[in-house]
Design a protein around this ligand. Structure first.
Ligand SMILES: *Cc1c(COP(=O)(O)O)cnc(C)c1O
Length: 379
């Protein structure tokens, strides 16, 4: 099966009672036994539910993992993965990871005794240098948010393997259609399905995809023990969304490429960040590990000509909002909004400025999006 077919067909057609084409929602907390020790594979919805199982089979197939657990949110998935480790263990990760992940690592797990190195993961020597005796995990997120820096997945995983540390990749930004970390040897992949996998901005969710059997067993145990699994209602919505993943990703990307071309030529735009641009400094790596560029982009606005709030107010189709990956275009300021919790020093170190604007390109008509940006960028 090719990926488009997998997205539509995996995990569906499970209703043998009435032959419904669409996987039903099973809104039940518990399942009765026919006799002691004999049931139909489910006993309690925290531990397992047929609607959730359908979505798990689908996402596992798309990523090319052996199994998947879907969780209440992306952060729930990341939390469960961190329970593979314990206090005293060391984790290497990027200094430009998703803000919520940084907060969990730095403000919740660090005070509990977890040891972190937040480094520039584009620099392979920095990764090697950060290794300690107690390094147990390397956490990769690529491309980065919002400046679209790329981490060499295969090279970093090679470092992890040498020291027998787990390698985990947050693949939210590109989705399995444009990047599949298992092809480079990742142990686990996580997603905020809130973003592209669901794609319709109407549900929050997460996923952990396992590359090996012992990780699957431990992961499933943890998701149940921690109680972070996804509600069957939400899983059903994500299952509806994921079926159009490929078609949406292609539409998102086609729009992003056109918008980027327009922005590059605009006199009030100083710089554009997008992996599909020749000016992106990591061309070889992009070619090697990405099957597409996605639809997240950022640019430096000349705010002397067009103040941020003026741009945001004038735009009709770009809602001023955090989050990303939905069918509708969103725009925001990382400095003042999504990344504000990094603090001024952190923001400056990562290259984000007060003029940086992040855009999640939706699937509207590209001409409408460009016309909208054009009128707003006049200032
Ligand atoms: C949104 C996001 C998360 C967190 O997911 P939630 O569903 O908001 O809990 C994690 N990683 C990345 C890259 C994200 O964009």
């Amino acid at each position: 099966m090719k990926i488009r077919t997998k997205a539509v067909h995996t995990g569906v057609n499970i209703d043998k009672t009435f032959n419904s084409v669409i996987t039903p929602i099973y809104p039940t907390s518990t399942f009765f036994f026919d006799e002691i020790g004999k049931n139909k594979g489910y006993d309690y919805t925290r531990s397992g539910n047929p609607t959730r199982a359908a979505l798990e089979a689908n996402i596992a197939a798309l990523e090319g993992g052996i199994d998947c657990s879907v969780t209440a949110t992306g952060m729930a998935a990341i939390t469960a993965v961190m329970f593979f480790l314990k206090a005293g263990d060391h984790i290497i990760t990027g200094d430009d990871i998703y803000g919520g992940t940084y907060r969990l690592f730095n403000a919740v797990l660090k005070p509990m005794g977890y040891d972190f190195s937040f480094i520039n993961m584009r620099d392979l020597n920095a990764v090697k240098k950060a290794v300690k005796k107690n390094t147990r995990m390397i956490w990769i997120e690529t491309p980065s948010n919002p400046l679209l820096n790329i981490v060499d997945i295969e090279a970093v995983i090679t470092v992890a393997r040498k020291i027998k540390a787990l390698s985990v990749v947050d693949n939210t930004f590109l989705s399995p259609y444009f990047q599949r970390p298992f092809e480079f040897g990742a142990d686990m992949v996580v997603h905020s399905t809130t973003k592209y996998i669901n794609g319709h901005s109407d549900v929050v969710g997460g996923a952990i995809i396992y590359g090996r059997k012992e990780l699957q067993e431990r992961g499933r145990y943890l998701v149940n023990a921690l109680g972070v699994s996804q509600s069957p209602y939400d899983a059903w919505l994500v299952l509806r969304g994921v079926k159009t993943l490929v078609t949406r990703m292609e539409a998102h990307q086609a729009n992003a490429i056109k918008v980027v071309q327009f922005l590059e030529e605009h006199k009030n735009v100083k710089k554009v960040y997008y992996p599909g641009l020749k000016s992106h400094p990591q061309q070889a790596l992009i070619k090697k590990q990405m099957k597409g560029f996605g639809a997240m982009l950022a640019f430096e606005l000349d705010t002397r000509k067009v103040p941020l709030n003026k741009l945001f107010k004038k735009l009709k189709y770009f809602a001023l909002a955090e989050s990303l990956g939905g069918v509708e275009s969103l725009i925001e300021s990382p400095w003042f909004m999504s990344h504000a919790s990094m603090g001024e020093a952190g923001l400056k170190a990562s290259g984000i400025t007060k003029e940086t604007v992040r855009v999640s390109i939706g699937i509207e008509d590209a001409e409408d999006l460009i016309a909208d940006l054009n009128q707003a960028l006049k200032g």
